[in-house]
Design a protein around this ligand. Sequence first.
Ligand code: BF8
Length: 509
Amino acid sequence: MAEMINDRLQSKPCMIGLLGKCCKHCLMGPCILAKPNDKGVCGANIDVVTARNILRFVAGGAAAHCGHAYHMLEYSDRKYSARYIEKKAPRYLYKLWERLGIVPKIHFEHFKDISEALHASTMGVDANYGHILGNAIKLGIIDGYFGMYLATELEEMEFGLPSIRKGIVDLGVIKPEKINIAVHGHFPPLAEALAKEVKKKENSDINLIGVCCTGTALLARHGIPLAGNFILQEQVIVSGCVDVLAVDMQCIMPSLSDLAECYHTKIVTTNELCRIPKAMHLPVSGRKSASDVAKRIIALARINRHNRNKGKMKLSNNKTEAVVGFSENNLPLAEWAKMLSEGKIKGVVAAIGCENPRVKENWVDFYRELSKDYIILTTGCIAFKLAAAGLLDGKRFFHLGSCVNNSRVAEVFRKIAEIIDKQITELPFLISCPMPITEKAIAIGFFFAALGVDVHFGYPFLLTSDTKIADFLKNLLKKDFRSKIFVETNPEMLIARIRKEGLSDKVKN
Ligand code: BF8
């Protein structure tokens, strides 16, 4: 007998999830925040997690309604005014929304696809898992081109290209004798304005340092030292010597402001999307405000330096030199293509993504071993880890920048394939993301899979489940894209497999 809804109701709802107290937006979780003072691994508290879950519910509902309207627009071939909301809403309400900064401003067409994905995945819409997975690949393509490519291109137009140089990484770049300002996040305008300021003679007392991808962008473009990646961001404060930590957006632990209460560090948020309680907010909206905020931050750091507590300083001596600033424009791609054709190298592997503290395996040694036969490109937080291990020598390991700069990895693959006159998928390329944390890391994987590149993840998540979905995705990728996304959590197993099979027979797997 077919089971009925009453039967299915026997399965009790998860009360934690029901109340929005389960945070499953990264692979350090899912984190259960059952008691009022519980926090997720990143430090997000119950209020933040619940609010984020509500946002995702609202986004799903809004996507469904907007999708409906969008399909009607398509169907009837009509346009809508860019001032649609202003025209429709009561004047007083529109003014209020404007004052609160909540009038939607997005007109870009590709955002429609993202909202449609939320629409399609909300209850009662797309129930065909094959179609849903096709949509995930489409979003990967959007992530690649409208996300990483466009961001990289716009940053290069605004701030210039990276150039090959030596840089210093790790916590030892914090200098107790100087005024230390750290920049953290992903969106570089303020960090670039600060980089300009600290070149001035009157600011020679300032030591500007970076964290995460904002820091990586500064390292590649200006050689500004990189203090840490995602998992070291709290250690930057614990040094007791960072006078201002200016954050923009993404991968910023909400725990920072709580931690800063125990130290003298002033946290400054600079992006409208990213607010942290107890932090000072100095929004950057354009070139002029970036320059003004940079000056204010320098003045604030100069004053705050006097509040350091000598008894709480915990300085690190860890410092490593790394060669950085590579891109598709300055790498010897013709030479690599020749070496590949002649069998002098076995392939090109890109080590990308995060450093997930849940992962305990030694992936650094894995890449060290692999580099004997393969060229290793690297970006993001894993690039910091390889740099700190002393591997980024610019001979076998090449640092291509922040996570949005994975577009450079895609360009390297595209150009080498062009030179050899093959398709990307026919060549021994691999994307390896051994310690993913964020949704971004997974989206990047889907992008490269859509390009025909095999993608390795080193942390188990949905794709590891023994379901039809995992199989379907495997077959879909194999048939249409000649690629695969696979999970291997054991570096020794993967190295043995690559030694035995290489990367070029991937299509047969
Ligand atoms: O974009 S590697 S933890 S910092 S998400 Fe975040 Fe992951 Fe680090 Fe930059 Ni990328």
